[in-house]
Ligand binder design. Structure first.
Ligand code: BG6
Length: 467
């Protein structure tokens, strides 16, 4: 079987800078929603990492980029922290210190021939915008976001080609993620559906306006929106579970994909709004339609799949709402999972790539894939993270099968994450890195390549042919 990929396939890695930088008092940075996040413990959480220092990437980023270069990275996804460039969010001009910092980072990447892939919002909305406006629930925040995008793109457009407008936009309207992703909390008295719709509409509008503006500012730019995909499958082979899984996927992914890539609401969603009495008659989707054409590729993060068991009959809207918002999905008991219950499902990943490509016909870019492990530094020279190697080997093999056997167009693959960073729940014990980050000593955190580092280095060198 043909195993090769195109020679310009973008192998590399991704981080979110708020989860890695630390240095929160440096360069006139403002507080952001990640700093303020009240963590709801995830299963297995043991301790909260220190966001003030995180992985000390703020001070040690050159060392990190040197190691990425050594691994052979062709591309690297970073986020330009919104609250470093616009500390409160409503400033008319950007913070020069913030721009200077990312100038250095991007110049250093280019010097090392690593293509920067820049995310424009990744858990980093200035806390002020969240506090004063309740984040994207208030459409006024769209204009602040747009100003941030314009100023960042204008500054970097000669050096950055790849832009991702909004990290995992399809998590923004859900109550458990809305604060971190959109800076918004559901006001008491507002229904889940109304909140969902307002955040959905406003964040998608923001991302679409950003796509259209970037296209004007930089015709050569390659622009993308981003979604996360954790496909839900039926737990038992019966029609109730199958339909419940269909509803979850429709709601978690398809609504977003349709608006982003086709510029319209799915038939299911307009019916859902009608039946829930949500007025959308003034929604203007013309910008989304233009953005769908301007979008060059679709970015996706994929980690796991889920299953659902449901005894609810979806025969009226109350029951449908119940399945969507109340019946939980869970890890697949027939497949292995990480310590945190994230099902390891490489063939499921191949299936997801197929579905997205067939539905949207946009090239895909896997901008996050990885596994969180508990790893303590022992006295050994390195960390033997064999489960990580096995995980990536299988996921990469399935991505390559999607490309070579199923005809899916994939531009690149980025590991989450090159270095250990804090998790979205601010957890340092949930490590994703191919490079171990040791505790701070004399203002430095030592970087130690794990076994996976050398494996990935070889994989990139062989352009994937070793899986
Ligand atoms: C993605 C996010 O959802 O998954 C990252 O874009 C996040 O920011 C990653 O860190 C892994 O999730 P977690 O919760 O294990 O950190």
């Amino acid at each position: 079987m043909k195993k090769e990929l195109k020679s310009n396939f973008l192998w590399g890695g991704a981080i979110s800078n708020v989860q890695a930088e630390g240095g929160i008092l440096e360069g006139n940075r403002g507080e952001n929603v990640y700093d303020q996040l009240q963590v709801v413990p995830e299963f297995g959480q043991t301790s909260q990492g220190n966001t003030n220092i995180a992985s000390n990437h703020y001070f040690q980023f050159k060392e990190d980029i040197d190691l990425m270069k050594k691994m052979g990275f062709r591309a690297y996804r970073l986020s330009i922290e919104w609250s470093r460039i616009h500390p409160k969010g409503d400033e008319e001009t950007p913070n020069e210190d913030g721009l200077k910092y990312y100038d250095e980072m991007i110049n250093y990447l280019l010097k090392n021939n690593i293509e920067p892939i820049v995310s424009l919002v990744h858990f980093d909305m200035p806390a002020f915008l969240s506090k004063k406006y309740n984040g994207f629930l208030n459409p006024k925040v769209i204009s602040f976001y747009l100003r941030h995008v314009e100023q960042v793109v204008t500054h970097f457009k000669n050096r950055v080609t790849y832009w991702i407008t909004y990290n995992e936009i399809n998590t923004a309207p859900f109550d458990n993620m809305s604060y971190l992703v959109a800076g918004s909390k559901r006001p008491s008295g507002m229904s889940k559906m109304q909140f969902f719709h307002d955040i959905f509409y406003n964040t998608e509008r923001a991302s679409s306006l950003a796509i259209n503006r970037i296209r004007e500012l930089s015709p050569k730019a390659k622009i993308s929106g981003m979604i996360t995909v954790n496909e839900v499958h039926a737990k038992r082979n019966n029609s109730l579970d199958r339909f419940a899984a269909h509803l979850k996927n429709e709601f978690n992914v398809t609504l977003f994909g349709d608006l982003m890539c086709k510029g319209y609401y799915s038939a299911f969603y307009t019916k859902f709004l009608d039946l829930n009495g949500i007025d959308y008659s003034n929604d203007d989707l013309s910008v989304n339609k233009i953005a769908a054409e301007n979008m060059d590729f679709l970015s996706v993060s994929c980690y796991q799949t889920r299953v659902i068991e449901s005894n609810v009959s979806p025969t009226d809207i109350k029951q449908i709402n119940k399945i969507i918002f109340e019946v939980p999905d869970e890890p697949n008991p027939e497949l292995g999972a990480s310590h945190w219950g994230w099902t390891i499902d490489p063939i499921g990943f191949r299936e997801e790539l197929n579905q997205l490509y067939n539905q949207y016909k946009k090239p895909l870019f896997v901008v996050e894939n990885g596994i969180g492990l508990q790893e303590g530094k022992t006295t050994e020279e390195t960390i033997n993270d064999y489960p990580r190697i096995e995980y990536h080997k299988k996921y990469i093999k399935n991505m390559m099968d999607a490309i070579n056997l199923d005809g899916v167009d994939v531009l690149g693959y980025l590991i989450w994450s090159p270095i250990d960073i804090l998790s979205s729940h601010k957890e340092m014990k949930k490590r994703y890195g191919f490079i171990y980050i040791s505790p701070m000593q004399n203002k430095k955190m030592k970087r130690i390549p794990k076994k996976s580092f050398f494996w990935y280095q070889k994989l990139i060198k062989e352009n994937g042919a070793i899986v």
